[in-house]
Design a protein around this ligand. Structure first.
Ligand code: SIN
Length: 540
């Protein structure tokens, strides 16, 4: 393929007060709040409606019934997170949730109600109370985003679609002072900003099997690492047990709420596979269900969701029904073929409770951020809530932030051209990650993955000037860097906890690891790369 380098001669644009990258719930909420006092630019590499939030079929967890309390919500969140959560972040999430949801409803958001007009509260796996709000059944994310987009349209936020951020601009004091962006015609521009917010989502589409939007590829994490930010706990990835599985490919999510309504996981011959595995059977924690399904698929047995007992399936799950129809699955047969895949990243760019990263001027919010709120595994329906609560907190913080005088831009000599390194295809990276760093991991496979990734000279890729690459090459470079962070972190955590399962260390080991976070910054990455056998071999 010919290489179309980004158009040279960067144009400098006006300085913004707040620049937000992304278009999911966290991005929109931060933008709307911050725009009350600040000039905000929201940049998304695709379209506003192309995000994981828009696809979210699950609902929003909130302790709103008389029987429920934020304390109970907190306990369920921490239990799902395997006691690895940041207690302050969890407290902020569960205590703010009822206020945030009441504000959303007051501003016109409609959640599903029963015939008496009361909010319907659903049950999901690992929740001890009915506390999940939905909108239009399994289309909650879409309707919240549509609601926020109406608010965005009324705000003063400026929006740039089809525009990718390819580099963060750094000041000579190591703070972040802006972004380099590329539009769909390949024109490179620079935009300075006092506060740069990454809200780019996790890294789901780096895996062959995923529920995520194709745009969610970890680029925010790669940008932050290159800018010097601390990246934390990248081994904690949640694999959702039930993605629609057709012709060897996953085609989107089949919500856990389907099992909440009674669906059972069965083999071709009808054997119920979860019955003897866990007391909660089909509603056991996600990692246990995912590992069980995976073990059957590994043995060559297909797994299905038996939905024959759900009489009103099309009305209750219109999104799943439409997905099945699109992929030629006949619901009348009562069976949906499923397989597990990457769903959510619990790790990410380390932030404090306000969304500040370790780099001044740089913030992260939503799935791309690691506040520690989800610990080692996220409780169902806590992700839209996270975006709403922490987006609101960050937006309000930015409203009040004093004016920042930006330092001079740091001048760096970046020489590498990826033309000198043969990069793999994205599909190849996705297959490698799924196979070697997927649902069941071990040292041998992770070591192989790391060696393969290191053969692309990651230390050089970290130095790459975006002017020397095409947009496709930059996407691959980011994918390699983020994949390496996952492999390195998964190799370092020698126990199994939440979403991270090591067959060579199958048990949780509090004594060794409970307080140990795996934190990698650029300096640490280079240090570890220089100690690797592959590095020695390549440089020899
Ligand atoms: C689902 O509906 O199964 C996904 C919900 C979530 O991940 O919170």
């Amino acid at each position: 393929m010919s290489r179309h380098l980004l158009n040279q001669g960067a144009v400098k644009m006006n300085k913004m007060e707040v620049i937000i990258v992304g278009s999911g719930i966290a991005a929109l909420k931060t933008a709307i709040e911050a725009s009350a006092t600040k000039h905000v630019m929201l940049i998304t590499k695709s379209k506003l409606r192309h995000s994981n939030s828009y696809l979210a079929q699950g609902g929003v967890a909130v302790a709103m019934s008389k029987e429920d309390t934020p304390i109970s919500h907190r306990e369920d969140t921490i239990q799902a997170g395997r006691y690895y959560n940041n207690a302050t972040a969890v407290e902020a999430l569960v205590q703010t949730a009822p206020v945030a949801i009441s504000e959303l409803i007051a501003s016109g958001m409609e959640f599903d109600r029963n015939s008496e007009g009361h909010l319907m509260l659903g049950m999901e796996g690992a929740h001890s109370e009915r506390r999940i709000l939905h909108s239009h059944g399994d289309a909650t994310g879409k309707y919240i985003i549509e609601h926020l987009l109406r608010e965005l349209a009324l705000s003063k936020v400026e929006v740039m679609e089809d525009t990718a951020v390819v580099e963060l601009i750094m000041g000579d004091d190591a703070s972040c002072i802006g972004v380099k962006i590329v539009n769909h015609e390949g024109h490179l521009q620079t935009m300075c900003g006092e506060h740069i917010v990454l809200a780019t989502g996790g890294c789901g589409s780096l895996f062959q099997f995923t529920s995520n939007a194709s745009t969610v590829s970890g680029d925010g994490i790669a940008l932050a690492l290159k800018a010097g930010a601390r990246i934390r706990d990248m081994e904690f990835i949640q694999f959702h047990p039930t993605l629609l599985y057709c012709n060897g490919k996953t085609q989107g999510l089949v919500s856990e709420a389907v099992r909440g309504e009674g669906a059972k996981l069965v083999t071709e011959s009808g054997k119920a596979i979860m019955k003897d595995v866990h007391a909660l059977a089909d509603l056991a924690p996600r990692h246990i269900v995912a590992q069980t399904i995976y073990s059957y698929i590994e043995r060559g047995e297909n797994v299905y969701l038996d939905i024959s007992m759900i009489s009103n399936f099309r009305e209750r799950f219109p999104t799943v029904a439409a997905l099945c129809l699109k992929n030629g699955i006949h619901l009348e047969e009562g069976k949906i073929p499923v397989a597990p895949g990457n769903h959510f990243l619990m790790g990410g760019i380390e932030t404090d409770g306000k969304g500040r990263t370790s780099v001044e001027g740089l913030y992260a919010v939503g799935e791309v951020a690691c506040t520690g709120v989800h610990g080692a595994n996220r409780l169902a329906s806590n992700s839209l809530l996270e975006g709403l609560v922490f987006g609101s907190t960050l937006g309000r913080y930015l409203q009040q932030a004093p004016q920042r005088v930006l330092p001079q831009e740091k001048k760096t000599l970046k020489k590498t051209s990826p033309g000198l390194i043969t990069l793999p295809e994205l599909a190849d990276i996705q297959k490698h990650l799924m196979h070697y760093a997927g649902i069941v991991r071990n040292a041998k496979d992770l070591g192989r993955l790391k060696a393969w990734l290191e053969s692309f000279q990651i230390d050089c890729l970290l130095e790459l000037a975006c002017e020397n690459a095409s947009i496709h090459e930059l996407a691959k470079v980011n994918a390699i860097i983020v994949s390496w962070l996952i492999a390195e972190s998964a190799l370092a955590r020698q126990e199994s906890r939440g979403g991270h399962f090591r067959s060579d260390y199958p048990i949780e080991n509090d004594a060794v690891w409970l307080d140990t976070s795996i934190i990698l910054d650029r300096h640490e990455v280079i240090k570890r790369l220089k100690g690797s056998v592959v590095y020695e071999f390549i440089k020899a």
